[in-house]
Design a protein around this ligand. Structure first.
Ligand SMILES: Nc1ncnc2c1ncn2[C@@H]1O[C@H](COP(=O)(O)OP(=O)(O)OP(=O)(O)O)[C@@H](O)[C@H]1O
Length: 230
């Protein structure tokens, strides 16, 4: 059974004549890295928001492990699917960087010592230790982006959706992110990358789905990517 599935999905924003998605059929397994690419306005972000139940399809159905997404609470989906928004400002809400990384773990009832250990690890990996007590919205754009990614990864979700994760990252930080995500992928956790960064997509994705005008223009399907061979 597919982990996530869209069947004949049409989505129209209110007061818009043209649907943002105009009939999407797509199945995603629990493992593997799928990139969703396509021009501005082709529907990439809309598609990912339907997958996490933030938007409901106008027609058709979105399923998570065979059950309609509409039947899950947003909190349930959020525990299983980590979502990094295109704009990190929209997802940072804690009063310090360290709190932001540990929030999900503490919320899930992790022991405080385990939370501390994981927070230290993720702050170190994403080079944020020096900012641990800083108010997140005071960080630079690239630092905020790294923090948003670290906070989602720290929760170790079963599946990840990253919308333009490389925006604002310099070459060195991009390589760090690539290495970490490849490690996550090798552990069998799947992900969707929405990205205009062709080099990053090339290095990361086993499957590339191209959207154009709210439709799937091409789908490379699955292929073996040498980068994932242990
Ligand atoms: N909240 C909204 N209200 C109305 N229309 C919207 C809204 N969000 C997106 N749209 C429209 O829906 C279409 C698809 O937008 P979407 O953000 O999904 O595209 P995208 O492929 O992610 O674009 P980009 O590459 O620029 O991020 C666009 O025409 C956009 O203008």
């Amino acid at each position: 059974m597919a982990f996530l599935e869209l069947s004949r999905v049409v989505f129209s924003y209110p007061r818009k004549m043209k649907p943002a998605l105009a009939g999407i059929d797509l199945s995603l397994d629990k493992d593997g890295v799928t990139a969703i690419v396509g021009p501005n306005g082709s529907g990439k972000t809309t598609l990912t928001k339907l997958l996490i139940g933030v938007l409901q399809p106008t027609e058709g159905e979105v399923r998570l492990e065979g059950r309609p997404v509409a039947g899950y609470s947003l909190a349930e989906i959020g525990r299983r699917i980590g979502y990094v928004f295109q704009n990190p400002d929209l997802q940072l809400f804690c009063s310090t960087v360290a709190e932001e990384v540990g929030f999900g773990l503490a919320n899930r009832g992790c022991e405080p010592a385990d939370v501390q250990e994981k927070v230290a690890f993720y702050l170190d990996y994403f080079e944020l230790t020096a900012y641990r007590d800083v108010f997140p919205l005071y960080l630079s754009q690239g630092e905020k982006q790294r923090l948003a990614i670290a906070a989602v990864l720290a929760n170790e979700p079963e599946f990840l959706i990253l919308d333009e994760p490389t925006i604002g990252l310099d070459a060195c930080r991009k390589k760090n992110l690539e290495d970490y995500l490849k490690k996550v992928a090798r552990l069998g956790r799947g992900m969707i990358l929405v990205s205009h960064d062709e080099r990053f997509v090339d290095k990361m994705a086993e499957r590339v789905v191209t959207l154009a005008n709210g439709r799937i223009q091409s789908d490379s399907g699955r292929k073996v990517n040498a980068a994932y061979e242990a």
